[in-house]
Design a protein around this ligand. Structure first.
Ligand code: PLP
Length: 228
């Protein structure tokens, strides 16, 4: 098992480096987050042993359990990448170093209130790249307003934007829209230059479009087990 994961990790990292070079970008400026959702904490432990320091989870309960099970690990950062309910803000904040999925003012407020007396929390504004308003993410037209609101929360630091490419169109144009969204956020918050984009099926396109944080699951972990 261990060597399979080590091989897949090395292979994905080589593909990331290739895509970066093709785009004229420095691969060392990219953060590769390994999405470990539905896998046991032991997999995170294995990845940690292989040098992985950024892992992603999309459900609060699973994040909380795994973070507890592993205990404090030097340098390990948990990225919360899923839809967040405001009543889970305290638990998310207790476990995560970065929240990628702030998509409404009420969630920013809840995370902020939960963080009194804590170090600043890095957050990204999730943009809905689909035409379905029911999907996660703020509508692009409401993005600047959310950026201003979130930036005014004392315990949050807005680092940039996050997006998931829609299934019904090629990823490149969707990531181009996300890059435009990033530019608009930077007119409000000049140093918010992170772009979280790219999964197993589309990370080379995301790198070409300027992604700085890649969220890659199954290409590294193998197929996900049944939802726990
Ligand atoms: C699961 C998930 C990923 C990783 O998906 P893969 O296709 O397995 O790489 C990335 N981002 C989000 C928001 C996810 O929920």
């Amino acid at each position: 098992m261990n060597s399979d994961i080590a091989d897949r990790l090395a292979e994905v990292d080589a593909r990331i480096a290739d895509a970066a070079h093709t785009a004229g970008r420095d691969p060392s400026a990219l953060t590769r987050i390994v999405v470990t959702k539905f896998h046991p904490a032991s997999l995170v432990d294995e990845l940690y042993g292989l040098g992985v320091r950024d892992v992603g989870e999309n459900r609060q309960q699973e994040l909380t359990e795994k973070e507890r099970e592993l205990g404090p690990r030097e340098g390990l950062r948990w990225h919360f990448i899923g839809q967040a309910q405001t009543n889970k803000a305290r638990a998310i904040r207790a476990a995560a170093s970065v929240v990628h999925s702030v998509d409404r003012a009420r969630l920013a407020d809840a995370l902020d209130t939960a963080g009194e007396g804590m170090p600043l929390l890095d957050v990204l504004l999730q943009v809905n790249l689909t035409h379905d308003p029911g999907r996660g993410g703020v509508a692009p037209g409401d993005l600047e307003q959310l950026a201003e609101h979130t930036a005014a929360r004392a315990t949050l630091r807005v680092r940039g934007v996050m997006g998931v490419a829609p299934l019904d169109e090629p990823p490149a144009p969707a990531f181009a829209r996300l890059a435009e969204c990033s530019a608009r956020v930077r007119t409000v918050i000049p140093d918010a230059d992170w772009i979280s984009a790219g999964m197993t099926g589309d990370f080379p396109e995301a790198i070409a479009a300027g992604a700085t944080h890649l969220r890659i699951g199954s290409a590294i972990t193998g197929p996900r087990p049944e939802r726990r």
